[in-house]
Design a protein around this ligand. Structure first.
Ligand SMILES: Cc1ncc(COP(=O)(O)O)c(C=O)c1O
Length: 383
């Protein structure tokens, strides 16, 4: 019964792997959610907002306090000026912002340039809007952006959907890559939609929003979310910001997708964002520790390791272990080793790409990471 445009996305590897995690009780390094809550102070702010009566629909754009905090965050952190009224839209996570951007900005048949591998909702969101994705491959181990391929894909396209820090590769795009990307966007008159949900979770290098590059502020819709920054992925408070003509298109779609809710969470995120660095710094350091422990453990066990510069995930290569299909290996992993991991091929359209790569999440407590490493090492040692 599923409509044709959604059929290719029926049951994803994530659903399959989460079910395996649940049925086997395996350690879940598959899905990207932290296993500890974010700061208690922010949790308290939700209760306080509820007690003070913030329990009904929010205004469509989001509660004014959150819109002001988002505009102020963009100004303070990146020097980006956005209008808190018409240049900011609060959404149900970054996921809704992405979907609403596609629905609000694309005409059927419009081409959207996407770097491959890509976060799974992109393909479905483009398809729901009747768009067509044009993929530009990022290859391991460097996952650099192929600017010539990008240039070719941009011809006649309407939009670029960009993600940095990048899931699943952990790449943080460099200034020179972003400059090339910006030049392509300007030359081909593309709208840029940037997914920056890991903006605060950079370990090496610097997060540079595409909107800060010359000629980009007027054509870029910047998306982010509180889930990753503050470790509240279940709250699903996301947003986008940018020029009112782009934000207005998102708002036009969003009002009929979900209208506006999560009111007490919006108030808490407003308070958190006003003092973002104080909350995020310890989380980032804990994540850095998880990254380093997982990378070191995997390397010692014999995996190839591509160290991520940001985000929640590491790429491990099983080729040095003599394994040629990470998909089969991951499907057997929960019962063989009690660990869940995602084959990176799930993030590519091209089935051959990333065939020996595995994505593992390190946004987990140190004992969980240590135990996962011990189990994987034992599996490798016993063949
Ligand atoms: C790159 C990327 N974008 C968007 C999301 C979803 O964000 P949210 O939970 O705010 O909808 C995720 C979550 O894993 C992600 O990795």
């Amino acid at each position: 019964m599923i409509a044709k445009r959604l059929r290719p996305f029926g049951t994803t590897i994530f659903t399959e792997m989460s079910a395996l995690a649940a049925s086997t009780g395996a350690l879940n390094l598959g899905q990207g959610f932290p296993d500890t809550d974010g700061p208690g102070e922010i949790v308290e702010a939700v209760s306080a907002a509820m007690r003070s009566g913030a329990n009904q629909y929010a205004p469509l754009g989001g509660v004014p306090e959150l819109r002001a905090a988002i505009a102020e965050h963009q100004r303070r952190r990146y020097g980006l000026e956005v209008d808190a009224q018409d240049g900011v839209q609060v959404t149900f996570g970054a996921t809704e912002a992405i979907a609403a951007a596609m629905l609000g900005l694309l005409e059927p048949g419009d081409a959207v340039v996407v770097l491959e591998p890509f976060y799974d909702s992109y393909a479905a969101a483009v398809a729901m809007a009747g768009g067509e994705r044009r993929l530009v491959m990022m290859r391991p181990p460097g996952f650099a952006v192929d600017v010539d391929a990008l240039e070719r894909a941009a011809r006649g396209a309407r939009m670029l959907l960009l993600n940095s820090p990048h899931n699943p590769t952990g790449r943080v795009l460099s200034r020179s890559e972003l400059e090339s990307i910006a030049r392509v966007c300007v030359e081909h008159d593309l709208i840029a939609v940037t997914d920056e949900v890991y903006e605060h979770l950079v370990f090496d290098g610097e997060h540079i929003p595409l909107a800060t590059l010359p000629g980009m502020a007027e054509r870029t819709l910047t998306i982010s979310s509180a889930g990753k920054s503050f470790s509240f992925t279940g709250w699903k408070i996301g947003w986008c910001s940018g020029p009112p003509r782009l934000v207005g298109a998102v708002r036009a779609a969003k009002q009929f997708l979900s209208f506006a809710g999560g009111t007490p969470f919006q108030h808490a995120v407003a308070a958190a964002l006003t003092d973002a660095e104080r909350h995020v710094a310890p989380l980032r350091e804990a994540l850095r520790g998880g990254r380093d422990a997982l990378c070191a453990g995997l390397r010692a066990a014999g995996f190839g390791v591509i160290v991520p510069q940001g985000g929640y995930f590491v790429q491990a290569d099983v080729a040095p272990l003599g394994i040629c299909d990470a998909g089969d290996w991951c499907r057997a992993l929960p019962s063989r080793a009690g660990v869940v991991a995602i084959p990176t091929s799930a993030f590519y359209d091209d089935a051959e790409a990333g065939r020996t790569l595995v994505r593992l999440a390190f946004c987990k407590r140190p004992p969980v990471i240590d135990e996962a490493v011990a189990r994987l090492s034992a599996l490798v040692a016993t063949g």
